[in-house]
Design a protein around this ligand. Sequence first.
Ligand code: GLU
Length: 480
Amino acid sequence: MTTRVRFAPSPTGYLHIGGARTALYNFLYAKASGGTFILRIEDTDLERSNAEYEKLQIDDLKWLGINHDEGPDKPNPKYAPYRQSERAEIYQKFALELIDKGLAYYDFCSEEELEEMKEKATREGRPPHYEGKWKNPAFNEEALSRLARGEKPAIRFRAPNKAYVLNDKVKGRVVYPENMVGDFVIVRSNGLPVYNFCCVVDDHLMDITHVIRGEDHLSNTVRQLMIYEALNAKVPEFAHVSLLIGHDRQKLSKRHGATSVNLYRNENYLPEAMCNYLTLLGWSHPKEIDIFDKHELFEVFDLERFSASPAMYDLEKLKWVNGQHIKKMQNEEIIKLVNDLPGNEFFKSQSHEWKNASVEIIKQQVHFLTDFPKMIHEMITNDHLEMTDTLLDILNWETTPKIISFLHEEVSKWNTPFITEGQLNIWMEQVKKELGVKGKPLFMGVRAALTGRDHGPELKFLIPLTPVNVIKKRLDQLKK
Ligand code: GLU
């Protein structure tokens, strides 16, 4: 049977980082196993669900390149519809079948009665399971006549009193002891079915073979196993991936910073870098490599390499991964994107050759494409140097003023817009031979004189990109 996996978001908010990771794992597993990736919208909570969020979540998935094969916009007639709000009749039919088989029953208890029952159980030290009279088949007749009078009961599933075992692909063997859960509602008295029920009916009807989702659903799984059993349906494989935690080891939440994908999108993270980082949160590459594009995982992704321990969400690592992806990008692509950034007039006005050479060195230094204009200013066009302690230190060396005077004179004679690498080499040789400066005082002295900084890309790359009038101004400033 071909693999069929699904991502089943509830459209009650923006796409969360954790949701994106779950979607990605499902997508990758479908790709790796030649299967189908399904997007199902779990919008039975009508009050909290909203079509706008559905659209925004799908949009963020698209941005990440996590494309589904089936979903509300790509229906396969065999399985459609893909929104739970459009499947009410299906759930109704399944619920009635369970009632017919005696595996579920109508429950007319009011909220107050249920509350009282719970309190009593707690007082008596019993688990707060449902003990209402409707559990008893002797009341079936009464139930049917009240139903016929137009009363609206909930439908409650009769939880078998036995232990369940789940062999989870990530968590291993999980045992749910008997009597862990009591009879539970599958359709509320207002007619709305609940998540645990819809999820199983849909996974069953949609021929889902593997359920890959967050560990927070592990406690739901026992109820779902019961429903599979009642429906006589094949149980899919489960992989409950570990929790995402922040630096304080608490579950990742807004307190830890941006948790929704759209915020990262607005902050100019690269989608490929996001996918790369999200994949690493709980899964590792068989070659132990950290940087990859998702299509490189289509061959190697499997369910065996998940980590069972919580994954720490680390923004610094994400930034680093973003920087690594910028380094991997083609210069042409970067040039196109950087050309469109605001505050970038100087870059735009340069030759293609200049752009290519500057992109080549600056891409090694940045975490974000949007850092380019700032970096170009700092490293190339800045003609007013900040007197940092390190710069002042180099200026205090005995040899540095001599270097500055020499270069000041040489550069003032120079009258084309850029200095060539060949000319830079000649000046270096002259400083060495004529001024007798060698080693660190030579290299650091020349760097400080021409760039005003103590570190950065190799001078032979940087100086031919720096306009001569900028270098002149820097030397003027340093000479004073
Ligand atoms: N709608 C559920 C959620 O968003 C889906 C859980 C599942 O994958 O079964 O958490």
